[in-house]
Design a protein around this ligand. Structure first.
Ligand SMILES: *Cc1c(COP(=O)(O)O)cnc(C)c1O
Length: 462
């Protein structure tokens, strides 16, 4: 299995290289050269398997010869052993034909654990084998950072630096990043928004001298291995509701487009998905783009669903690449226009996008109302991100096809918004109930590339 860049100018890599590299050297994102197919019979055979067994079958064709079957089975087993639910990704029913896929039973209580725990084990196995050391730098609006730190803390061959926007993550998110005491963990609170953190991260990757000197590796949602890990739960949940014998739809609270793009890959592999619905909060650039074709960032307005507060949706580039018939030059040109302020998707490409994705938006008030109503009607406490999904899913449901809304975080990760809306304080699960007592360790940094690079060089001795 080979991986190619969405901008068409970077070397073609195998799975291991694409995973360790993250962002391609031409600024693009890696995608598989061809998308493996699962037949009706292959999908039907997933029924009754454990999450881990299903994960092996869905992901195996993408791995190539990077790991043998035994190694890959062990990697998957370790990745999901720390989850607090035997089913890993259980489904609960909200209403007739409407289901919630609970993706928050991992160690940091958000769906990002599915990908990050797997990536931690994949990196460890690959680096151990070839005696290399890497420096992982990630940018986070909260959940990626805590998931990355949890996945990499204490590993021998990895330093992990996480940039988060100072004062703009929830207390639980911050504490999950600042309380691990392992010396390979570095939490950096940067002045600015998430998009600023993400921009500095991209700058570091584009500084090849720095990138090579420190052995920079990326685990942001641009990393193909993350998208791949997320493909699995589309299969397991759809099969639970009768796929491949019937179609299902999904609504996905979306920011960087990684999670929903995983659903698109599942569909391209053969899973009978009827509709994939993008749900955005008031930062609705994706909804606007899918509606009218114009992609024009106009500034982030902080919301109560902060992990979706973005205007530059990095994985959307992968969807554009497909919509433009895998034309890397066309994608490069759009990304140049984006640097200058924005772009318009061509009519043909917009049509392709709209054949694959529906979309909707949820205001702050609607988010609160949805949390309150869902609790009153079902006893289910939704985190604000999941509530955005539930609201949009209700509008987009079609009778006869089950709708699965992805619940992306545990309500206790966003206790203030949940309590304001429902009157109920969501307790942390027992296994992390001492989070508020642990000591914090964090470095404040400016929004400045040189200062960041200097700090990382010092801490890693490069
Ligand atoms: C990251 C995140 C999202 C957005 O996911 P993308 O893959 O970036 O679209 C939604 N909800 C929560 C809780 C998240 O942490």
């Amino acid at each position: 299995m080979k991986y190619i860049s969405t901008r068409g100018q970077a070397p073609v890599l195998n799975f291991e290289e694409a995973m360790l590299t993250g962002l391609a050297r031409d600024g693009g994102l890696y995608v598989p050269e061809t998308i493996p197919q699962m037949s009706h019979a292959d999908i039907a055979a997933l029924e009754g398997l454990s999450y881990e067994e299903a994960a092996f079958r869905v992901m195996r064709p993408f791995i190539g010869d990077t790991f043998n079957d035994d190694e890959f089975n062990q990697i998957i087993a370790k990745a999901y052993a720390g989850f607090g639910h035997a089913a890993r990704a259980p489904l609960v029913q909200l209403d007739s034909g409407h289901f919630l896929l609970e993706l928050f039973h991992g160690p940091t209580l958000a769906f990002k654990d599915f990908a990050m725990q797997l990536i931690g084990q994949l990196f460890e196995a690959a680096l151990k084998r070839n005696g290399r050391r890497v420096c992982i730098v990630g940018a986070t609006s909260g959940d990626t950072g805590s998931a990355a730190i949890e996945a990499f803390r204490g590993l021998k061959a990895v330093d992990v630096f996480i940039l988060y926007p100072h004062g703009r993550v929830s207390e639980v998110q911050r504490r999950q990043m600042t309380t691990p005491s392992e010396s390979n963990v570095h939490a950096l609170a940067m002045d600015g928004h998430f998009d600023d953190c993400q921009a500095r991260l991209k700058d570091m990757f584009n500084d090849f001298e720095f990138r090579d000197a420190v052995g920079l590796a990326g685990v942001n949602s641009i990393n193909w291995a993350r998208v791949l890990a997320q493909v699995v739960y589309y299969f397991t949940s759809a099969v639970s509701l009768g796929a491949p014998h019937r179609k299902v739809s999904f609504t996905v609270p979306t920011g960087n487009f990684g999670d929903i793009f995983a659903g698109y890959i599942a569909k391209r592999m053969g899973l009978p998905i009827d509709r994939l619905v993008v749900a955005t909060n008031q930062n609705d650039i994706l909804h606007r783009c899918l509606s009218g074709g114009e992609y024009k960032p106009d500034g982030v307005v902080p919301s109560i669903s902060p992990s979706m507060d973005i205007q530059v949706s990095s994985n959307f580039e992968r969807a554009l690449f497909e919509a433009y018939g895998r034309d890397g030059n066309a994608v490069s040109q759009l990304m140049d226009e984006l640097k200058a302020g924005g772009f318009n998707v061509s009519q043909g490409a917009l049509q392709v996008l709209r054949e694959n994705f529906d979309s909707g938006r949820c205001s702050e008030e609607e988010t609160r109302t949805t949390i309150r109503e869902a609790y009153a009607r079902t006893g289910e406490l939704l985190c604000p991100h999941s509530a955005v999904g539930v609201k949009v899913a209700k509008e987009q449901r079609v009778a006869g096809t089950p709708m699965i809304t992805l619940a992306t975080a545990h309500p206790a990760k966003f206790p203030a918004a949940v309590e304001d809306s429902s009157g109920v304080h969501p307790p942390l699960p027992d296994r992390m109930s001492d989070l508020y007592e642990r000591d914090e360790r964090v470095t404040r940094v400016e929004n400045d590339l040189d200062a960041l690079e200097t700090l990382i060089r010092e801490r890693t001795g490069n």
